[in-house]
Design a protein around this ligand. Structure first.
Ligand code: NAD
Ligand code: IPM
Ligand code: MN
Length: 361
């Protein structure tokens, strides 16, 4: 029978807490759907720095290379934010992992569950019966990786800089992915840029239009400046289908999308390469403010397992089973603290994991 090798990298803060629940859910669906997994656990981020003096030790990279996919928690925290940049969890581990494995495409599906509409900060008439937005975020280019970047000089003359940059190939590749994704959905793509100011964005917009006109004329294309997009998402979230974003704007707008679904702890993500390899992680971070309390919402991590099963392993039924179990748990009223309201069943991280397991049966 099928066996999948998974590198499990829980990381810091709430990472290990939510990862524990995600792995329990993974094991349960493996048994139910008749496949096996071989899990290799490794340190990444701040904890890896503490153990190995580096946030991405060679051994962890090797573990990832030997796997069919990486299940990632989150990294970072106040303890490590004053280290030199290349030793910080985010810049020394997460970004290098994305680059190393060529994870150019980051998918962040934001969906409002009907019962969670009250957790959405928007008015009921705006949320209506919910929205479903898939952000397709370019993940290995833009100002995150553009060279040069640095700091020079000192005192009053000191400067800091990064370079916003995209190659034609990078934009074509992510644009194609977004248009393809829209085909299986509502046939709409909103491409996000700042073409009124940035040359990189003018270039981005031109290429997106070319790919659209030549290869996907049947898809509806809308171009939005990022500031306007941040506003329109609050005004008319139900109009959006696929959001095509460069790296930085996608980072920002997906936190907004997460909150529109009710919580940062609900948004999963898939960072995929060409082929079947991917890294799966919640869109949110290590949440130092709630770490260690057993109250973090594990659903983003659990739903990231579903994305791994779908995109890397083509185990669609198992992926659906997890998503259905999450819907059932939400319908049944199970809520972690950050979205709990009077009348709901308040659960911690482990009890939410238990609830999902019970609905998988
Ligand atoms: P964050 O996403 O960690 O937290 C923002 C807010 O959302 C906090 O109030 C937090 O409690 C809440 N939240 C996040 N996940 C939650 C969950 N599962 N359940 C309930 N509430 C949740 O963002 P931040 O505070 O800006 O960053 C904290 C650290 O995480 C930083 O070091 C940052 O660089 C890092 N970070 C890592 C990743 C990653 O590893 N992929 C992503 C984002 C931020
Ligand atoms: C995310 C995070 C990362 C990003 C950070 C931690 C490097 O915010 O995955 O959204 O900016 O991409
Ligand atoms: Mn982010």
């Amino acid at each position: 029978s099928k066996n999948y090798k998974i590198a499990v990298l829980p990381g810091d803060g709430i990472g290990p807490e939510v990862m524990k629940e995600a792995v329990r859910v993974l094991d349960a669906v493996a048994e139910k759907f008749g496949f096996s997994t071989e899990k290799e656990w490794a340190d990444v981020g701040g904890i890896a720095y503490d153990h190995f003096k580096h946030p991405l030790p060679e051994s962890t990279l090797k573990t990832g290379e030997a796997a069919d996919a990486i299940l990632f928690g989150s990294v970072g925290g106040p303890k490590w934010e004053s280290l030199p940049p290349n030793l910080q969890p985010e810049r020394g581990a997460l970004l290098p992992l994305r680059k190393h494995f060529k994870l150019f495409c980051n998918l962040r599906p934001a969906k409002v569950y009907k019962e969670l509409a009250p957790a959405c900060p928007l008015r009921a008439d705006i949320v209506g019966d919910g929205f479903n937005i898939l952000t397709v975020r370019e993940l290995t280019g833009d100002v995150y990786f553009g060279q040069p970047k640095g700091r020079e000089g000192s005192g009053k003359d000191e400067i800091g800089y990064d370079t916003m940059k995209y190659s034609r190939y990078e934009v074509e590749r992510i644009a194609r992915f977004a248009f393809e994704a829209a085909k299986g959905r509502r046939n709409k793509v909103a491409s996000i840029d700042k073409a009124n100011v940035l040359t990189t964005s003018v270039f981005w917009r031109e290429i997106v239009k070319e790919i659209h006109d030549n290869e996907f004329p049947e898809i509806e294309l809308e171009n939005l400046y990022v500031d306007n997009a941040a506003m329109q998402l609050l005004r008319r979230p139900r109009d959006f289908d696929v959001l095509l974003c460069p790296n930085l704007f996608g980072d920002i707008l997906t936190d907004e999308c997460a909150m529109l679904t009710g919580s940062m702890g609900l948004l999963p993500s898939a960072s995929i390469a060409e082929g079947s390899f991917g890294l799966y992680e919640p869109a949110g971070g290590s949440a130092p403010d709630i770490a260690g309390k057993g109250i973090a919402n594990p659903l983003a991590q659990i739903l990231s397992v579903a994305l791994m099963l779908r995109y890397s392993f083509k185990e669609e039924e198992a992926a659906k089973a997890i998503e259905t179990a999450v819907e059932k748990a939400i319908s049944a009223g199970y809520r972690t603290g950050e979205i709990w309201k009077e009348g709901d069943k308040k659960v911690g991280t482990t009890a939410m994991g238990d609830a999902i397991l019970s609905f998988l049966k």
